[in-house]
Design a protein around this ligand. Structure first.
Ligand code: AP5
Length: 213
């Protein structure tokens, strides 16, 4: 499995990636999770990315391309699920070059389609585990123990960019800068559009079917 999970903020990329990686033994590469870790550790990359992330703006291409290449180099021969990368045409082109160099092109790009009203509901009710990245929701994916991660026991948080103003900006940024990447992959014939509204398990089945798994 060598795929990109694509879609607007809150479309369920992290949720579905977490299920796919366990089921199909693929590496989960989330540029968002890697950047949040860098911010928490106050690394050079983190200090540079923090302001962009809090406002819901994209972090500069050269920073995220370097992160994605580094992560891809570390997965070896196993499959991978890219979550939140690429988000610009420049990133998509850089990814193609990097994968061509290692002779492991993408199989598919899975586009999770969700309307804006549902996205706002999902993001404003989301809670996340900062330790392992697992996403939860106050209504639709409640942890077994209040505010604790089911997977690693970490304390759940409300992300700074899940506040109303940042959510609005992230949706605008997605429409202006990221949605055009869909045309890039459609042109290559590897784009699979998925209706991503419904139960999490149901959407997982739709993805598996689209990928022929
Ligand atoms: P990132 O962390 O990638 O955020 P995002 O793309 O905005 O995506 P989200 O994590 O918000 O949503 P998701 O689609 O993973 O949804 P989830 O599964 O959590 O990026 C954060 C920031 O980092 C960016 O704004 C940017 O600054 C920077 N960045 C990252 N990558 C970059 C790049 N390549 N280039 C430049 N900058 C970059 O689900 C959301 C909620 O909905 C959860 O609560 C979940 O439980 C719930 N949910 C999921 N599925 C369902 C369902 N079927 N029904 C009901 N609820 C559901």
């Amino acid at each position: 499995m060598r795929i990109v999970l694509f879609g607007p903020p809150g479309s369920g990329k992290g949720t579905q990636a977490s299920l796919l990686k366990d089921k199909y033994k693929a590496a989960h590469i989330s540029t968002g999770d890697t950047l949040r870790e860098a911010v928490a550790n106050q690394t050079e990359v983190g200090l540079r990315a923090k302001g962009y992330m809090e406002k819901g703006e994209l972090v500069p291409d050269e920073v995220v391309i370097a992160i994605a290449k580094d992560k891809l180099a570390s997965v070896g021969e196993s499959g991978f699920i890219l979550d939140g990368f690429p988000r610009t045409i420049a990133q998509a082109e850089a990814l193609d070059v990097a994968l061509a160099e290692i002779g492991r092109p993408l199989d598919s790009v899975v586009n999770l389609r969700v309307d804006d009203e549902e996205l706002v509901k999902r993001l404003s009710g989301r809670r996340v585990c900062p330790s392992c990245g697992e996403p939860y929701h106050v209504d639709t994916k409640v942890p077994k123990v209040e505010d604790k991660c089911d997977k690693c026991g970490g304390d759940l948080i409300h992300r700074a960019d899940d506040q109303a103003e940042a959510i609005r900006n992230r949706l605008k940024v997605y429409n202006n800068q990221t949605a055009p990447v869909l045309g890039y992959y459609d042109g290559k014939g590897i784009l699979k559009n998925i209706d991503a509204v419904g139960q999490i398990a149901e959407i997982q089945n739709r993805i598996a079917e689209a990928l022929g798994l």
